[in-house]
Design a binder for this molecule. Structure first.
Ligand code: VG1
Ligand code: CO
Length: 543
């Protein structure tokens, strides 16, 4: 075994987006592409000698090869120890949990999350820091700067190690501990939720369906829901991670999780349904013939948090991404706690969680989490909901309707225009930006604009500033239109249009969402000239 120093040259485009670097497998598997990025991470971190790194991925195509490369490079940089998920598997929340529990200095997660996998699909890599959370922008920007000036990388020429057998291997001076990917995570979940009460629910006949979408959460859901909690065998479907996710798109929304939606719409539908994404950090909650909007889910968990043992003492505060609906703000108001509004992406919650300013966080993109780790956490949200079902003895639909009756309903929808022309998308955003100054006071259809801006955020803990985080057009009645471009795609651009309107009157809580938002949709179409500029008649995905 020897450490080699290999000459290399910068590759363009290695800037991490909303959540790490994501590219087509064909790009990632080019010679030196992965090596350049990993070297840039290590260069940014400085001296890694003697430290512990957590490593795992969502099992997608290229995961195993990439893990061998990262291991050889970590050994060449003097890491003392790598904690590696067996089979190269670790969900994003499990990486966060393992980093924190074992005092690692950080972790590398190999995943493109909700993006499709397979040889023609996407691959990705993300660095998490010692608090268990995604590297903040100052770190990801420093990594990007390194990728632009890189001249060499360090790697051991050691042979591949066995990824599948629990135990300890050695590369150079570094030990690799192949760990059970579920164990630490399951132990943490047991501390947060009333497992006895959930077990009693299943013993009493509650039926659930958890769709692992052939991605990373299958082994976690099977071990915890079926193994520890006694859900009937078969409660977890698509529970085995596959390199191409079975050809599916592991994004838990009503469009991509159609199998689950069909099961939950059947006459003999289970009582509770849920799905998670590629790397296990997202969650979709579904009742019988009833979808729960992610923004509502955050608000409902917050309103009922003290029913779960881990949150018995109440919440310090809530944080939500800017495009997420204001439903959580209403709960925070009632509880007398702050609700922080951050840019899109979990990396913006880390400082607030570390400072003890917030307990629960959420995003409209099927992401919910808490201070138990520093990532959003799909199965955590599922267990939280099951804990609520047990404590409240109500169905999913009854819980949501009671919440609306108490707090009012924030009608909410996101329209995605995927894979549109990048230049055209930029022009659309610029054209709307150009109108912002003149919009306040204007009447468009029956709406009067109260505020129009490009969201910027100053982190209240470390003072860091993020600008151009999405265009907001807020009406005098509080209804909102938000426009931003996705930072996780690998092809063209994706325009996200977020729409929200509040309805206090319980007699008007049953309007189909798109109908309730039709007026706002028309305003957005008119102001941003979406049809004209995208050449599309409508969104590709509506959630
Ligand atoms: C999307 C979501 C965002 C989420 C991010 C990562 O980002 O909108 O809320 O944090 O994905 O989720 P964007 O930039 O495409 O809108 V995951 O589960 O893909 O890591
Ligand atoms: Co994800």
């Amino acid at each position: 075994m020897a450490i080699q120093i290999i000459n290399t040259a910068p590759v363009a485009g290695q800037r991490p987006g909303t959540s790490g670097l994501r590219k087509k497998v064909g790009v990632f598997s080019q010679p030196q592409y992965l090596e350049n990025f990993v070297q840039s991470v290590f260069d940014t971190l400085g001296d890694c000698r003697g430290q512990t790194l957590v490593l795992g991925g969502d099992g997608r195509y290229y995961n195993r090869a990439a893990i061998q490369t990262v291991l050889r490079m970590a050994a060449a940089h003097g890491y003392a120890r790598v904690l590696l998920g067996q089979g190269g598997i670790l969900s994003t929340p499990a990486v966060s949990c393992v980093i924190r529990k074992h005092g690692a200095s950080g972790g590398l997660i190999l995943s493109a999350s909700h993006n499709p996998g397979g040889p023609d699909g996407d691959f990705g890599i993300k660095y998490n820091i010692a608090n268990g959370g995604p590297a903040p922008e100052k770190v990801t920007e420093a990594i990007y700067a390194c990728t632009q000036g890189i001249a060499e990388y360090r790697i051991s020429d050691a042979a591949d190690i066995d990824l599948d057998t629990l135990g300890v291997a050695r590369i150079e001076q570094m030990t690799v501990e192949v760990i059970d990917p579920v164990l630490d995570y399951a132990e943490l979940m047991q501390q947060l939720f009333d497992f006895d009460a959930i077990r009693a629910l299943f013993a009493g006949g509650l039926r659930i369906c958890f769709d692992g979408m052939h991605a990373v959460s299958g082994p976690y859901a099977t071990a915890i829901l079926e193994g520890m909690l006694g859900a009937p065998k078969g409660s977890v479907i698509n529970g085995v991670p596959l390199e191409d996710f079975g050809g599916g798109h592991p994004d838990p929304n009503p469009v991509n999780a159609q199998e689950l939606i069909a099961i939950m719409a059947a006459d003999d539908a289970p009582d509770f349904g849920a799905a998670s994404d590629g790397d296990g950090d997202r969650n979709m909650i579904v009742g019988r013939r009833f979808d729960v909007t992610p923004s509502d889910s955050l608000a409902i968990l917050a309103a009922n948090a003290t029913l779960a043992p881990g949150y018995r003492d109440g919440l310090k505060g809530i944080a939500r991404s800017m495009p997420t609906s204001g439903a959580a703000d209403r709960v925070a108001g009632a509880l007398g706690i702050p609700c922080h509004e951050t840019p899109t992406g979990w990396k913006f919650f880390g400082t607030l969680l570390d400072a003890g300013m917030v307990t629960l966080c959420g995003e409209e993109s099927y992401g919910t989490g808490s201070n138990h780790v520093r990532e959003k956490d799909g199965l955590w949200a599922v267990l939280f909901w099951l804990n609520l079902l047990a404590a409240k003895k109500q169905s999913v639909e009854e819980i949501v309707r009671a919440h609306w009756a108490e707090y009012g309903r924030n009608y909410y929808s996101r329209h995605d225009y995927e894979d549109i022309d990048s230049a055209g998308a930029q022009q659309l955003m610029e054209a709307v930006r150009g109108q912002l100054a003149a919009l306040p006071g204007q009447v468009v259809n029956s709406y009067t604009v109260a505020l129009a801006d490009d969201f910027s955020y100053t982190d209240p803990v470390d003072g860091s500033v993020a600008t151009q985080q999405g265009i907001r057009i807020i009406m005098t009645d509080g209804a909102r239109i938000v426009l931003r471009l996705s930072g996780t795609g690998t092809e063209g651009a994706t325009l996200r249009l977020y729409l929200e309107r509040y309805e206090a009157d319980p007699a008007r809580h049953d309007i189909p969402t798109q109908e309730a938002l039709a007026g706002l949709i028309a305003v957005a179409g008119q102001l941003a000239q979406i049809r004209e500029r995208t050449g599309r008649d409508g969104p590709t995905v509506t959630t």
